[in-house]
Ligand binder design. Structure first.
Ligand code: DX5
Ligand code: ZN
Length: 220
């Protein structure tokens, strides 16, 4: 099995010290920086948006993986690209014209991801899989950090893996929510390529850099 990419989530970082947080991640085991945008409409919480992304991007050394938990994401794609996004993920549930949105993301020069809420069946991706660079499987209900991992995710990851194989898609599988030392190994076994972690990384007593290094070693 291949070592997964690690994507610490800024939602759990010290938001009063974003420069310092971004700089210490720069030399850590983080492969991507996960940036959670919430609009208080698609999800029952508001996080941060474009100006904050722009600020983080000034110090970021890794690609910024933007997870849009917002309605009508099609209206903001170029703004997020301009603010520093390398990967843009929209929610299946927020996009009646998902195929168009995915093409728009790719035309902007970003990698295109689609996220599924915990209750959304994997099979709905069948006719878009070949167009995707990334599938994000939510392992908690989106809106908040620090929630418990939903065990059914393991089965979903395995299903995405086989759906992508059938579609001839080389999209990466990303898992987001409640990822920790206990479920990380089984997730990778099931087919996860990218692990997002918020509280596991930033609330670790040993600090984020050591937590990421420990996770990397654990999965090696
Ligand atoms: C949840 C966000 C996640 C969150 C993960 O809506 O999409 O990226 O920050 O945080 P933890 O790892 O604490 O569940
Ligand atoms: Zn996220």
């Amino acid at each position: 099995r291949r070592a997964p990419l690690l994507a610490p989530s800024f939602l759990a970082a010290d938001l009063a010290n974003l420069q310092a947080e971004t700089e210490r991640l720069a030399t850590s085991a983080a492969d991507w920086l996960h940036f959670d945008v919430m609009d208080g409409r698609f999800v029952p919480n508001i996080s941060f948006g474009l100006p904050v992304l722009q600020a983080v991007a000034r110090y970021a050394k890794q690609p910024i993986d933007v997870h849009l938990m917002i309605e009508e994401p099609q209206n903001y794609l170029s703004a997020f690209r301009d603010a520093g996004a390398s990967i843009i993920t929209v929610h299946y549930e927020a996009c009646p014209h998902l195929h168009r949105v995915v093409q728009q993301i790719k035309q902007l020069g970003c990698r295109a991801g689609v996220a599924l809420n915990p209750h959304t069946p994997v099979a709905l991706l069948e006719d878009i899989a070949a167009d995707l660079d990334l599938v994000l499987i939510m392992s908690v209900n989106p809106g908040f950090g620090g929630q418990a991992f939903i065990p059914n995710t393991l089965k979903k990851v395995a299903m995405v893996k086989s759906l992508l194989l059938d579609a001839g898609s080389d999209a990466l599988i990303e898992v987001d929510g409640g990822v920790n030392m206990t479920n990380a190994g089984p997730l990778v076994e099931a087919g996860a390529d990218v692990l997002v972690a918020g509280n596991f990384v930033f609330s670790a007593p040993e600090g984020p850099v050591a937590a990421l290094a420990n996770l990397r070693d654990h999965l090696a």
